[in-house]
Write a protein that binds this ligand. Structure first.
Ligand code: PRP
Ligand code: URA
Length: 209
C-alpha cells in the first residue's frame, strides 16, 4: 500500500500477538508496547541522513558517520502513545518530546484536544507522531493538523495497528505523511474499534477498565 510500511519483523509480529491476547496483564501489555516501540523506531529511522566527523580511535584518526541535522521530535498522542515513549527514548535519548493530548468522543468519534506542548523549532526537525491505534484516524489527523500549524514540515506516523478505513482517511488529509505500522487489520466495528484489534489500548496500558 502506497505510503504505508508494514514492519513485518518476526520479533514485532510475535510481540504483537502477545499484546492482542486478551489475557495479557497490564504490566505485560505495557512492557511489550515499549519493546515494540524500540523495534518500530529502528525501522522508521532507517533512512535518517548521516554526516562524517573526524574522531580519534585509540589506534588512529578516522572519518566516522554520525546523525546529521537537528534532534528528532517524538510526539505521543495521549494517553496510549506514551506507551511507545520510554522504549524510543532509550534509543534516541536526546530526542525532543511534543505531548499531544487528544481523546476520541465515543459518540461522534471526533478527536477532542485537551493539551498540547511542543518544542518551538518544529520546522527543522523530523517529527514522529506516536499512537498505537490508527482507527478512524481522526486523532492522528488532528495531531498532524496541530503540529503542522506549529511549523512541523516533515512528519511520520508510527502505530501498532491500522484499519484500512483509517489509512484512507488519513491519506486523504495528509497524503505526504508516511505511516509505519506493525499490522493492517481487517476493519472497524460499529463503535470505531479495530477488528480483530487489541481492544482499547489506553485502558489496557493503564488498567483503567
Ligand atoms: C485511542 C487511541 C487513539 C485513538 C484512535 O485513544 O489511543 O488515540 O483512540 O482512534 P481514532 O483513530 O479513531 O481517532 P482514546 O481516545 O481512547 O484516548 P486514550 O488514549 O486516552 O484512552
Ligand atoms: N482506540 C483504541 O484504543 N482501540 C481501537 O480499536 C480503536 C481506537
Amino acid at each position: 500500500m502506497r505510503g504505508v510500511t508494514v514492519v513485518d519483523h518476526p520479533l514485532v509480529q510475535h510481540k504483537l500477538t502477545l499484546m492482542r491476547d486478551k489475557s495479557r496483564s497490564t504490566k505485560g501489555f505495557r512492557q511489550l508496547l515499549n519493546e515494540i516501540g524500540m523495534l518500530l523506531l529502528y525501522e522508521v529511522t532507517r533512512d535518517l541522513p548521516l554526516e562524517s566527523i573526524e574522531i580519534d580511535t585509540p589506534l588512529t584518526r578516522m572519518s566516522a558517520p554520525q546523525l546529521a541535522g537537528k534532534k528528532l521530535v517524538l510526539a505521543p498522542i495521549l494517553r496510549a502513545g506514551v506507551g511507545f515513549l520510554d522504549g524510543m527514548l532509550e534509543l534516541v535519548p536526546s530526542a525532543r518530546v511534543a505531548h499531544v493530548g487528544l481523546y476520541r468522543d465515543p459518540e461522534t468519534l471526533s478527536a477532542v484536544e485537551y493539551y498540547f506542548k511542543a518544542p518551538s523549532d518544529l520546522e527543522d526537525r523530523l517529527v514522529l507522531v506516536l499512537d498505537p491505534m490508527l482507527a478512524t484516524a481522526n486523532s492522528a489527523i488532528a495531531a498532524v493538523d496541530r503540529l503542522k500549524e506549529r511549523g512541523a514540515r516533515e512528519l511520520r506516523i508510527v502505530c501498532l495497528l491500522a484499519a484500512p478505513e483509517g489509512i484512507a482517511n488519513f491519506q486523504a488529509m495528509h497524503p505526504e505523511v508516511p505511516i509505519w505500522t506493525a499490522a493492517i487489520d481487517e476493519r472497524l466495528d460499529e463503535h470505531g474499534y479495530i477488528v480483530p484489534g487489541l481492544g482499547d489500548a489506553g485502558d489496557r496500558m493503564f488498567g483503567t477498565r
